[in-house]
Design a protein around this ligand. Structure first.
Ligand SMILES: Cc1cc2nc3c(=O)[nH]c(=O)nc-3n(C[C@H](O)[C@H](O)[C@H](O)COP(=O)(O)O)c2cc1C
Length: 164
């Protein structure tokens, strides 16, 4: 079963989460195709999709939002699992919530079969200087907060839902 794994990233963490999901789905016998939304992947060639965006300033990446709108009809016709990649997802006080995801879902033209807010990284050497200054002024914690075993566990959880 072919599964599109489409992502939008700024500093690279979201791509690594997409790749972990792909690796886990491949282990389960699926046929994952990891593609950046900037390449405008077409979901119609796939039976299901897992789509994910980085979070910046409490929003999903603009190219991601535009791609989902452009491809809304195709996304609405197959099972879609949605994930976000953010700094705050590693904060237990957030209890798995992410404002950017809530805002995206409020406007989405399709209904995902699963949603998960995953932790990324805040690595200053991957961020442009002006954004680095902003993050430092906001005292944003730095580090690699990814939990790849948890990402793999989520991929195993959604695998049965990704059947058309
Ligand atoms: C300018 C900037 C703004 C950010 N704003 C948020 C935010 O509002 N909420 C959050 O949880 N994380 C925020 N982050 C952290 C990112 O979500 C985190 O670095 C994530 O790994 C980004 O994914 P990417 O590496 O695929 O671009 C921000 C990071 C940057 C550089």
């Amino acid at each position: 079963m072919s599964v599109l794994i489409a992502y939008a990233t700024h500093s690279g963490a979201t791509r690594t989460l997409a790749e972990q999901i792909a690796e886990t789905l491949a282990d389960l016998g699926r046929d994952p195709h990891v593609v950046d939304v900037l390449e405008d992947p077409d979901p119609t060639g796939h039976e299901a999709a897992v789509i994910g965006s980085a979070v910046r300033a409490e929003s999903y990446e603009t190219p991601f939002v535009r791609w989902t709108r452009r491809r809304a009809e195709a996304l609405g016709q197959r099972p879609v699992a949605l994930f976000s990649c953010s700094g705050s997802a590693s904060d237990p006080a957030k209890q798995g919530r992410q404002k950017a995801t809530d805002a995206f879902l409020a406007e989405a033209l399709f209904e995902p079969v699963a949603v998960r807010n995953l932790a990324g990284w805040v690595l200053m050497d991957r961020i442009p200087l002006h954004e680095r200054l902003l993050l430092r002024s906001m005292r944003t914690p730095e580090g690699d907060f990814r939990d790849l075993p948890a990402v793999a566990a989520w991929a195993r959880e959604i695998a049965p839902l990704l059947r058309g």
